[in-house]
Design a protein around this ligand. Sequence first.
Ligand code: P61
Length: 459
Amino acid sequence: MPEFPPEPFRIKVVEPIKRTTRAQRERLMREAKYNVFLLRAEDIFIDLLTDSGTSAMSDTQWAALMQGDESYAGARSYFRLKEQIERIFCFKHFVPTHQGRAAENILCSLLIEPGNAVPNNNHFDTTGANVRAVGGQPVDLVIDEAKDPANRHPFKGNIDLGKLERFIEETGTENIPFGMITITNNAGGGQPVSMANIKAVGEMVHRYGIPFFIDACRYAENAIFIKQREAGYADKTPLEIAQEMFSAADGCTMSAKKDALVNIGGFLCMNDDALFERARQALILREGFPTYGGLAGRDLEALARGLVEGLDEDYLTYRLNHTAYLGERLLEIGIPIIEPPGGHAIYVDAGGFLPHIPAERYPGQALAIELYLEGGIRAVELGSVAFAYPDPTTGEIIRPALELVRLALPRRVYTQSHLDFVVETLAAIAARKDSIGGVEIVKEPELLRHFTAEFALMG
Ligand code: P61
């Protein structure tokens, strides 16, 4: 078997992508105010902005769309989805939602009181925002190894159990409505969480009488990491591993736009009967009737099949290899990344790559701009542009530990030769990196500035 085996699928439908010239990209980037979110997608050659909702569906999923039952209540497609969710996630109840953040929104608004705190390895931004929106405080308790990009800990998404116990003792159980863990840990480099850690976190919060929810977006990638890296799981199937992970929890939030291989969809699962009743009522207000919850019948069909395909072992093995291929090739040419490669993305350490650009001149944004100018590639800055904020009392700018650029890999979309092109583009940038200057922000909104801020090159 080669180290990086080929794609376990062949291409039946193609979508052309456009090459542009350097001169065109310079003009387009200038017109987009040096913010890659403001570019038109059709002007991008390889789009690595996100792995969310960008998967290619299979022939089976496309065929399933025709079988969507669009009945308002009790649609056949709902029961097909229910069967798969019960088989894989094993919780007593679920409600479908239009995407992950809607599931988070319902969970947070039903359980969090102002002044509460929620522990997690790292809250993703929508999860943290939903906790804050109802007066709660998101608290990140990932292990310290996660903060060192070169540390090759096999489960860098783990929660630090010592920190968790201290957090519970200091905060008081009455102020912690639930605990969470994000698998894989997107905000921490797409790193997996071990089965031992999921179980230990579940046992600890349960010992204190606190419910435990899993942010399950990339649960299948987490399961195959466990199979490959954790003793005792080599002979288990991804399905068996998934069932065991979820047995440690009381429910989960899911963005089906990731490991369920669909372009839209999500759900919220729980065992608690009373919580389910309240969630159903909240769903009716915000999303729709409980058997469709903000989705069309055809979306439910595609999702039911995507859940099955997303757990296929050949696919998952390829998926991790595909991402690792990009990461290992970048390391070979001296580009620093968060190691080891994550499941859905490679996170380039832009601060380490462009050490002459200080954090206040946004090395991650400078690199994201260069990726587009050099190769028509779109990536996202996850550093001071996205995460720095002024301390509410001193006004001092609090910066994230690392200035990163994420190369997220849509599922079943790009081939290995596309990844080679990404590596070659970064090699060309590396060859002239000392001449790359920083950027400044010339206009920014109050919240989530990375989406709409405008920049200027500093030369
Ligand atoms: C992403 F820049 N992720 O990684 P929804 N939990 C986790 C996620 O990764 C996640 C959600 C919940 C995205 C999309 C995205 O500011 C941004 O279905 C671990 O997108 O509602 C989504 O799931 C939310 C990117 C979302 C962003 C918000 O690219």
